[in-house]
Design a protein around this ligand. Structure first.
Ligand SMILES: Cc1cc2nc3c(=O)[nH]c(=O)nc-3n(C[C@H](O)[C@H](O)[C@H](O)COP(=O)(O)O)c2cc1C
Length: 206
């Protein structure tokens, strides 16, 4: 049965999207308004500890490309979807768009140098790491990753100064089980406490 939307409800929804509740006044959409300044935003977000991944792909000339990334999120288990947010100024961005696929390499503890390389603008980042190829020919980092996931891009969404790549996980593995991940917190590299250390602390009552 077809349901007709209540016009008042529809108008309220549109006003929320448009960011204006004054009839006839056009204001920027809510998501385009300025909000806090960039530095405030970045320092708030730096208080959220995150794992770190290196996202790898190939450019139109077949050259491996990649960047260090923490804006990565599990989205759905069925179908298996992840998202990756990439700055519009990233030099890896055109390659990601061209390849329509990428590998998310979750990086292990003790590999901050590799993360620094992929967080730089170096021209040949892959000359400084051990890398291999997936079945479909995308580069990945079997030594530095504790797990990796190869994705096909199913959607690109522009959001502010970033592009969100929604990827369906086609294959991957936990290459180095039992290895701790590297973490990034307040602009510094770290390592989470090992499970055994946590258990010892709990047993000691601290
Ligand atoms: C811990 C950490 C996390 C980062 N996360 C992201 C991210 O999620 N998205 C992004 O676009 N850049 C991120 N960056 C910055 C890029 O790694 C950096 O701009 C890099 O130079 C991009 O390389 P490219 O221009 O060759 O693609 C991060 C950097 C660090 C150190």
């Amino acid at each position: 049965m077809k349901r007709n939307a209540d016009p008042a409800t529809t108008r309220r929804r549109l006003e929320v999207v448009a960011g204006s509740s004054v009839p006839g006044r056009i204001s920027p959409p809510a998501h385009r308004r300025a909000g806090v300044d960039r530095e405030t935003f970045l320092s708030i977000m730096a208080s959220f500890p995150s794992g770190v991944a290196i996202v790898t792909t190939r450019d139109s000339e077949g050259k491996p490309r990649g960047l260090t990334s923490s804006a990565i999120c599990s989205v759905s288990a069925q179908p298996p979807l992840v998202l990756v947010c990439v700055d519009l100024t990233s030099r890896t961005l055109p390659a990601l768009r061209h390849a329509e696929g990428f590998v998310v390499n979750f990086i292990r503890a003790g590999r901050s140098e590799v993360c620094d390389v992929f967080a730089s603008k170096a021209e040949d980042k892959f000359a400084q790491v051990v890398w291999s190829e997936t079945e479909s020919g995308l580069p990945f980092l079997p030594d530095d990753a504790l797990a990796w996931a190869e994705c096909t891009t199913v959607q690109e969404i522009e959001a502010g100064d970033h592009m969100i790549f929604l990827g369906r996980v086609e294959r991957g593995e936990v290459a180095n089980p039992g290895v701790l991940p590297i973490v990034y917190y307040r602009r510094a590299w770290g390592v989470p406490a090992a499970p055994e250390a946590r258990e010892r602390k709990q047993a000691a009552g601290s």
